[in-house]
Design a protein around this ligand. Structure first.
Ligand SMILES: *Cc1c(COP(=O)(O)O)cnc(C)c1O
Length: 396
């Protein structure tokens, strides 16, 4: 009986390109391959496709098409937003950024690099549940604050941040507000106007478009210098011949992602709750991050006395693709900065597992995970000297 099961539970790391996205993209590889800057028909067709995609992306977040700038992904959008605002405002004496301790590295490492150039950064703590308090943002704003950058939803523990409240505070205090919405898009309703968002990053490959495409929303009237200099594409704000197929793909992906959000989220949430309840039956297991203000498909748990990397390898042998911490840090032995930020001991953080499902996940997939996981945890604990100490009560 060879029953090759495969369960993909790592959608926060990346997603497969959907059929509707792929089909929309295909003509732009070999038929409509024109350069969008060219004057002849093939060029104009490409330009038109980009225009339509820009409209779809804008509509998905309540923005205007002229406020959307295509980038190579979420990381570039984050870099551009933060470096751009700082560069524009530092010369006016605003040299302070407020962010949180558990941002994606595409934000944190930009802030750290700016610190070396004399920018002052406040890293707000996120508390044990992984949620930034709006009053902490308000209290941290100073005369010289240039930017507040707080992610919409965390990629590891899935917690959703009070973005509208933070946006309101920033607008009232006249401080620009950027949010990395890479994980939130398609899971929660985003309205950049109602939520007072000035800049927003998104990425294609987290929402069934290809890797290497993303966008930055920059509210009309905000001027930041370019990150990529060269030709006059993107209204002169981001150089480089447009990645037409991927831009078309992103447009369709955003359109699909914002359709029936509540319906899809409810279905996913139900499976997530079943997963969490089932996994918490395993002794000495904890759920990381707030259970309510949480992305519908995110499960993040820690098993005492278990080593995360070994857990992933064992799950892989059983056909389950999951992650421990973030994909970017797996391979390194440093515990996840996100789990440390919510106060986990490094040892406990090491034994963490992230399962990220979506509406394509099936009840059978959930059953399979719940069937396999307890045995795998037990096997690993049986070999673990740390677990032996824990059960003997020598280790608290
Ligand atoms: C994946 C991710 C990014 C990076 O996006 P890329 O398109 O891979 O560069 C940034 N922020 C968050 C929260 C992410 O999950």
């Amino acid at each position: 009986m060879s029953m090759e099961r495969f369960v993909y539970a790592d959608n926060a790391a990346t997603t497969p390109v959907s059929e509707i996205v792929l089909n929309a993209m295909l003509p732009y590889f070999r038929e409509e391959y024109g350069n969008a800057s060219s004057i002849y028909r093939k060029g104009r067709n490409a330009a038109k496709a980009i225009r339509l995609a820009r409209e779809k992306v804008a509509k998905g977040i309540g923005a205007r098409p002229e406020e959307i700038f295509f980038t190579s992904g979420g990381s570039e959008a984050d870099n551009w937003a933060i470096k751009g605002v700082v560069q524009a405002l530092a010369k006016k004496g605003k040299k302070h950024i407020i962010t949180s301790a558990f941002e994606h590295h595409a934000v944190l490492h930009v802030c750290e690099s700016l610190e070396k150039e004399g920018i002052d950064v406040t890293y707000l703590s996120v508390g044990p549940l992984g949620i930034v308090k709006p009053q902490d943002v308000a209290a941290a704003i100073r005369e010289d604050t240039a930017l507040v950058t707080i992610m919409y939803a965390n990629n590891e523990i899935g917690t959703i941040q009070p973005i509208a409240e933070i946006g309101k505070i920033c607008r009232e205090k006249g401080v620009l507000f950027h949010t990395d919405a890479v994980q939130a898009l398609g899971n929660v309703e985003i309205d950049v106007v109602a939520q007072n968002i000035d800049l927003l990053s998104m990425s294609g490959h987290k929402i069934h478009a290809p890797k290497g495409i993303g966008a930055l929303y920059i509210r009309k009237g905000i001027r930041i210098p370019n990150l990529i200099h060269g030709g006059g594409q993107e209204g002169g704000h981001r150089a480089g011949t447009e990645n037409v197929p991927s831009i078309v793909g992103l447009g369709v992906a955003v359109e699909e992602a914002v359709k029936d959000i509540e319906q899809r989220a409810a279905k996913t949430r139900k499976m997530r709750e079943r997963l969490i309840d089932g996994i918490l039956q395993i002794p000495r297991t904890r759920l990381n991050g707030d259970r309510e203000h949480r992305l519908p498909g995110n499960v993040n748990v820690s098993f005492e006395g278990v080593e995360g990397e070994s857990l992933l390898l064992k799950l892989d042998l059983k056909g389950i693709a999951a992650s421990s911490g973030s994909a970017c840090t797996s391979g390194s032995l440093d515990p996840s900065h996100v789990l440390l930020a919510i106060g986990l001991e490094p040892e406990v953080a090491h034994g963490s597992l992230r399962l990220t499902i979506n509406d394509l996940t099936t009840d059978e997939d959930v059953d399979y995970i719940l069937e396999v996981l307890p045995g795998v945890v037990e096997e690993l604990r049986a070999m673990s000297p740390l677990w032996e100490k824990i059960v003997k009560g020598e280790h608290q």
